[in-house]
Design a protein around this ligand. Structure first.
Ligand code: ADP
Length: 485
């Protein structure tokens, strides 16, 4: 199959979250399975310097954005057989400090930036020498692309147009723009209506992609069910219910080449499920690195996350306050950034409990690895969680996840009440600080029982969430879309 992925972030070139990890790993797995895979993504600031092997593709183009014409250029990298990466170069749009925003404020021209990106992706879909069978679009930034393809199919008689699959990584981010910005698409006004991207008098990029692509996917089976309900549907549940039978949930996988405990240059002490002594050494190093008090037999809880309501960062703060005030014996380390109020609140907690709590505000992939390896428990109290990756990394790292039973967290963690034999973590239901505190107390009572704790750890470390398996599910889906099988 000849596949084109369009995504606004791609690990290891650019990343703000799980989208980047998913697209990077899926594309690689598909190429290794023998498919011809292309990925198109913006050329953000610093990528070329960090990856000097990226070359000019000698492909310049002019794109109409309303009444203006903006020129751009493709750069390319062929990192392994069967895989080609296309970087869209437009310095005015992408040579900036952030991907989507700065200081929590969205760039005011995001509609133009991602219209330009979708139009550049369209050029590839249309003009690559070998016909593309299927275009997989990821999240709102590519919401225009299925519409451009559908328009070319219908209005310009593009009979060989690829099929389109739209993947939702997070329904809460929809790309809302003033209706007037639709002019940037240069599509007829008659294509902007309630059955496409028009939503409450505005242009909803995600909605357009969901409405006009041939098929839909999201990143876990449970989230696929949840988003068809008003509670999780973010205002698009009606549309999703109408397309429920064309919506497939496939859990993300883990790139075990990068996230492993045995051959990982980012981890000081390797370890395995059968010999966890290296994990104990990683924990001691981490406690030292974070400036926490070295304490014997005290569990270390961690969280690595965007500090947002979605991730339950506020619930976590309240639960930790309660447990610390009550004198429970544990240490906690946070790595994250997001809402300034929450950043300050975590920094304040760390100031008040300097021996017990560490808060690192920022984004640090190396520290994220060391925290996964050194921790005993990983907290994910998400209000909703399309897939979640950190619980999957935690499982492989023998770090017991404590998660709210939602989205992909519910699909990937086994609570002892569901199956003691296969238990890997602790789940709770209510999105409240009290329910989280209760689940943490369960973890604290598990910690002094080494046999039971190691049972959880070993189950988690042996669970297989590899991309090869999940990529096969995508190939089955592509086959179904292309051939109806
Ligand atoms: P989301 O995509 O909603 O942010 P996921 O759990 O799917 O959440 O993926 C988050 C990814 O980003 C993981 O790879 C995680 O390790 C990483 N990550 C999140 N915050 C940070 C941070 N502050 N520093 C380093 N890595 C982070």
């Amino acid at each position: 199959m000849h596949l084109l992925h369009a995504a606004s972030e791609l690990h290891p070139y650019s990343k703000t979250g799980g989208l980047a990890d998913m697209v990077g790993a899926l594309a690689q797995s598909l190429a290794r399975a023998g498919h011809v895979v292309e990925v198109v993504t913006p050329l953000y600031r610093g990528i070329r310097e960090r990856f000097p092997a990226i070359r000019r593709a000698s492909w310049r183009f002019d794109i109409r954005l309303g009444s203006s014409v903006v020129s751009g250029e493709f750069w390319r990298l062929d990192p392994e057989p069967g895989l080609t990466l296309w970087f869209v170069d437009q310095p005015g749009f992408y040579d900036r400090p952030g991907l989507y925003n700065e200081h929590q404020v969205d760039y005011p021209d995001n509609s133009a930036r991602f219209t330009f990106f979708s139009k550049a992706a369209f050029l590839l879909a249309r003009h690559l020498p070998q016909r593309v069978d299927l275009v997989q679009c990821h999240d709102w930034q590519t919401g225009l692309l299925p519409i451009l393809i559908q328009h070319a199919r219908v209005a310009a008689g593009w009979d060989a147009a690829p099929r389109t699959l739209f993947t939702i990584h997070n329904l809460a981010y929809q790309g809302w723009f003033p209706a007037a910005d639709w002019a940037l698409t240069n599509l007829p006004g008659s294509w902007f209506h309630l059955e496409s991207a028009l939503h409450y008098y505005q242009w909803n990029c995600l909605k357009g992609g969901l409405a006009l692509s041939d098929a839909l996917a999201t990143v876990s089976p449970n989230y696929a069910r949840e988003i068809c309900t008003p509670e999780y549907g973010c205002g698009l549940d009606g549309l999703l219910r109408r397309r429920e039978y064309e919506l497939t949930g496939i859990l993300n996988g883990v790139d075990y080449g990068e996230w492993n405990t045995t051959a990982n240059p980012l981890l000081p002490h390797p370890y395995t499920a059968d010999d966890l002594s290296g994990k104990t050494l990683n924990k001691a190093d981490l406690i030292d690195e974070l400036g926490l008090e070295p304490l014997d037999e005290v569990p270390l809880l961690v969280n690595i996350s965007r500090l947002t309501d979605q991730k339950g960062a506020d619930l976590q703060l309240a639960a930790l306050e309660e447990l610390l005030a009550a004198g429970n014996q544990f240490q906690f380390a946070l790595l994250g950034s997001g809402s300034p109020g929450l950043q300050d609140a975590y920094a304040d907690l760390a100031r008040r409990y300097p021996d017990r709590v560490a808060a690192t505000i920022g984004f640090d992939s190396g520290l994220a690895q060391r925290m996964e390896a050194g921790a005993d428990f990983f907290l994910m109290p998400s209000r909703f969680e399309p897939c979640g990756l950190n619980q999957l990394y935690s499982l492989r790292y023998g770090t017991v996840p404590i998660v709210r039973a939602t989205g992909g967290l519910n699909d990937s963690v086994v609570d002892p009440r569901e199956n003691l034999e296969r238990a890997t973590g602790i789940k709770f239901q209510e999105p409240s600080a009290a329910a989280l505190a209760n689940a943490i107390r369960k973890g604290l009572s598990l910690y002094p029982r080494p046999d039971l704790l190691s049972h959880f750890r070993k189950n988690g470390m042996r669970a297989d969430f590899s991309w090869d398996r999940q990529a096969r599910l995508y190939v089955e889906l592509y086959d179904h879309i292309l051939h109806g099988v």
